[in-house]
Ligand binder design. Structure first.
Ligand code: OTU
Length: 603
């Protein structure tokens, strides 16, 4: 029997329903009408019991070691996201660089997909051929397990992508479907008539309108159109079929039992389709997530679930669920991220002020992942309705080389309803990689400084800590040339990183040491221990973002999104800038171009 692990959950002050009951409830809401529901529930029960039995004592100790508050809510946690090959060559190479990460203050390491990918093109590993096998170019399962445990002994938890929405067209399930096995045909969304494809399409958006238009791909083997929200070789799974839910759950639990500390649930919003809708963020998606959170609570409660929902804020907030019905524990703050770029481009903080204000509405148990860049493009269209579309488009273009006046060297990746999304590394988008731009490094540090100041978990994208520039050479490699996101996926420059560790003068040393300072102060200053959301305060000047953190020795965070020096707050009283060697002052505060400050206000 699965016995409940009833208890007080992080962020809640009352006993809540035991996790098995929650899981069964979510499952009943999804599949309860089916004649075989009792069997479905029984299969899940066996899966959960098996996973609990197989979970090692070491992993059980990890679970016990972080109950309340959960480890991902600790203000000292700093994240880092990277491809295995770009950072370390392979898994053993990543292991060899753990000291580098510890030194930077990293304790949450998100490794982009390292499972066995599709042969040939694989969307950067997001077309998975086998979830339980490691990409042979990167190592094997033993090396993975070794890395996970070595990382854990250094206090670094490793989070992996679980590409749960789709599988590669050469995954075993897809091959069996092509081979005519009806059980596996039912794993996918197949449409036999072209007119029906048109009927579905009438309500659907597109993820890659330029490189992979439409949502269906004809398969001669299946004699049907298969649903492919992303590239034609990424086949969407049909969660309306409980066998899919059960198989993916089994996969998740096995991976958790290898020692992974969390999952980035890729493309979470796409998991459920219903005719006549846009098939994104449907209520059933949230039931699937409730079920997964509850099931993990039965087996591996310390495993974190991260929503990858890159959408309008109002669509992202529900991915946390509520404090009583938890879904994901953390979610990308893509609204604040895109708004930060929009504000930087405009030299005006209005967009970021609005998005930070609106992001405070999340439930208490959840935490935002605050980031500036990732391996994907910056999508501005999710800023609606907070930022008008013409401003979104202007911001995107202002960060690309097409604008003569721009400091940014981004590239347009694709366009959503007139609003371009852009790619590029943070250093190239801010001008930090341009020795002739006096403000580039300030822009980069200001944007990252805001991430480190907000409530939630700051996530560094590989190389940003040394101001790594765009990889312009991707165009020379035929396997990458057609995909603009490779501009922002360079190889780590270890010569520069090691120089920065030795303190050799230069941009990389400045950036890295500043990131370390951000992390160190976050770890020990009481204002950051306070989990209440950042409270936006009027700065009196639309170019400057100001917000407060905490109530014990509260901090006033000041971020200037413009290149102008600005005098603020004529009646400020006495302040100490904890980011600037405790410089003190009284009365007004002068913020320089792109300045970022943490002011402790004195009574
Ligand atoms: C995610 O992306 C991944 O981050 C991408 O790298 C993958 O290509 C994609 O899924 C397919 O696995 O679905 O909800 O640029 O932001 O595709 C958002 C568009 C996603 C990405 C979008 C995203």
């Amino acid at each position: 029997m699965v016995t409940g692990l009833a208890g007080v959950r992080p962020g809640s002050d009352r006993m809540i329903v035991d996790p098995w009951t929650r899981a069964a409830g979510a499952l009943r809401a999804l599949y309860g009408e089916r004649a075989d529901f009792a069997e479905v529930l029984n299969t899940l029960r066996v899966t959960v019991e098996t996973a609990r039995r197989e979970r090692s004592d070491t992993l059980k100790a990890w679970d016990a070691d972080c109950s309340d508050p959960a480890w991902w809510l600790d203000p000292g946690v700093v994240g880092y996201s990277t491809y295995v090959d770009r950072f370390g060559g392979d898994l053993a190479g990543v292991e060899a660089r753990l000291d580098y990460l510890s030194d930077l203050g990293v304790s949450y390491l998100h490794l982009l997909p390292f499972m066995k990918p599709r042969q040939g093109e694989s969307d950067g590993g997001y077309a998975v051929a086998d979830f339980e096998d490691v990409n042979p170019d990167l190592g094997d399962r033993e090396q993975l397990k070794h890395l996970l445990s070595m990382a854990h002994t250094r206090g670094i938890r490793i989070v992996a992508d679980l590409v749960c929405n789709h599988v590669a067209d050469d995954h075993d399930w897809a091959l069996r479907a092509k081979g005519g096995e009806s059980r596996y045909r039912a794993f996918f969304h197949l449409v036999e008539e072209q007119e029906d494809v048109a009927r579905w399409e009438a309500n659907l958006g597109e993820v890659f309108p330029v490189s992979a238009p439409g949502n269906f791909t004809w398969s001669a083997a299946l004699q049907a159109w298969v649903w492919t929200s992303f590239y034609p070789y990424q086949w969407d799974l049909n969660y309306g079929n409980p066998a899919v839910f059960l198989s993916m759950t089994d996969t998740m639990l096995r991976l958790a039992n290898l020692g992974l500390s969390g999952f980035r649930l890729d493309s979470t919003g796409f998991l459920w389709k219903r005719f006549g809708t846009g098939c994104r963020n449907l209520p059933e998606v949230h039931l699937v997530l409730q079920a997964w959170r509850a099931i993990l609570d039965c087996v591996a409660p310390a495993v974190v679930l991260k929503a990858e929902a890159i959408d309008r804020l109002e669509e992202v907030l529900p991915f946390f669920g509520s404090d009583a019905e938890r879904e994901c524990d953390v979610a990308y703050a893509n609204g604040v991220m895109a708004a930060s770029w929009a504000s930087l481009a405009a030299g005006d903080a209005t967009a970021v002020v609005r998005l930070i204000g609106a992001s405070a509405k999340k439930p208490r148990h959840g935490a935002w992942i605050n980031y500036i860049r990732c391996h994907d493009d910056v999508i501005f269209s999710g800023l609606s309705p907070h930022v008008p579309e013409d401003r979104q488009a202007a911001a995107a273009l202002a960060l690309t080389e097409t604008e003569a006046t721009s400091f940014g060297r981004g590239e347009v990746f694709q366009t959503f309803g007139g609003v371009p999304s852009i790619t590029g590394m943070a250093a190239s988008l801010t001008g930090a990689d341009d020795p002739n731009d006096p403000w580039g490094v300030y822009r980069l540090l200001m944007l990252y400084g805001v991430c480190f100041s907000l409530d939630g978990l700051p996530l560094i994208y590989m190389g940003d800590e040394i101001a790594l520039a765009n990889d312009e050479d991707y165009r020379l490699d035929p396997s990458r040339a057609a995909e603009g996101r490779w501009l922002g996926r360079p190889r780590m420059d270890w010569a520069v990183a090691e120089g920065a560790m030795r303190g050799e003068p230069g941009v990389a040393t400045t950036t890295r040491s500043r990131f370390k300072t951000f992390a160190e102060i976050r770890r020990r200053h009481p204002a950051f221990a306070d989990r209440r959301p950042a409270e936006v305060r009027p700065s009196g000047d639309s170019r400057v973002l100001t917000f407060t953190r905490g109530t014990t020795r509260p901090l006033l965070v000041v971020a200037n999104f413009s290149d102008a020096p600005i005098r603020l707050f004529p009646d400020l009283g006495r302040w100490i800038d904890v980011l600037a060697d405790h410089r003190q002052g009284r009365g007004s505060f002068d913020v320089g171009p792109y300045g970022l400050h943490w002011l402790e206000l004195q009574a």
